[in-house]
Ligand binder design. Structure first.
Ligand code: ATP
Ligand code: MG
Length: 188
């Protein structure tokens, strides 16, 4: 079993998240990609963000676009999302024998050495780092890193939230997610 964890605030999840996850699953023969909404870290912009329940609902809708994707509640209820704790839970509870991969954008990976217990994270998973326009990163010593460079999409939830707040319809939202946002009057 080749299992990948893909965490994010997913506020909201967008087509680039899904495109890079699909590309990674194809390239690295992943059997399953867990899309894991995080608790929103306090340093993130607070304006017009959606609560956990809504972000999870949108991830569940988006996960239906590929049979390898599944929405995961692994970080539900946590005040802070620590990847190492999620990784240990997956190892302990879900599949101790799985080959574990961690999907992460270049922007987030470039900050890996600030993470709680980051050397343990590097030891326990192989990274698939997703290119993102404008971001470069160094590879810490000992890290197992695959670069996914076949896609580099200039899409972010920040820009999508801004466009929704301005009354626009961003094209980078899966139709079911856009419908959910409208039905629940999010990001306005
Ligand atoms: P925000 O603008 O709110 O930070 P975001 O678009 O960066 O939103 P996140 O939920 O922060 O989305 O990202 C979750 C994960 O997906 C992170 O590892 C991030 O680097 C990655 N990611 C997000 N957008 C892209 C993209 N366009 N290409 C590659 N990776 C991406
Ligand atoms: Mg981000």
């Amino acid at each position: 079993m080749r299992l990948a964890l893909f965490g994010g605030t997913f506020d909201p999840i967008h087509t680039a998240h899904l495109a890079v996850a699909r590309e990674a699953a194809d390239h690295f023969q992943l059997d399953r990609v867990l899309l894991i909404p995080n608790a929103i870290p306090p340093h993130k912009e607070r304006r017009a963000t959606a609560g956990y329940r809504h972000r999870l609902a949108m991830v569940e809708l988006a996960a239906q676009t590929d049979p390898r994707f599944a929405a995961s509640r692994l970080e539900e209820g946590q005040t802070k999302s620590y990847s190492i704790l999620t990784i240990e839970r997956v190892r302990g509870e879900i599949d101790p024998k799985a080959e574990l991969f961690f999907l992460i954008g270049a922007d987030a990976f470039s900050e890996i050495e600030t993470w709680f217990r980051w050397p343990d994270v590097l030891e326990r998973v192989e990274f698939i780092v997703l290119s993102r326009p404008g971001y470069t990163f160094d590879i810490p010593k000992g890290a197992r890193v695959h670069r996914l460079e076949t896609l580099s999409l200039d899409v972010s939830s920040t820009v999508i939230r801004r466009r929704l707040a301005a009354g626009e319809t961003p094209p980078e939202l899966p139709p079911a997610v856009l419908e959910y946002i409208r039905a629940n009057a999010l990001y306005i």
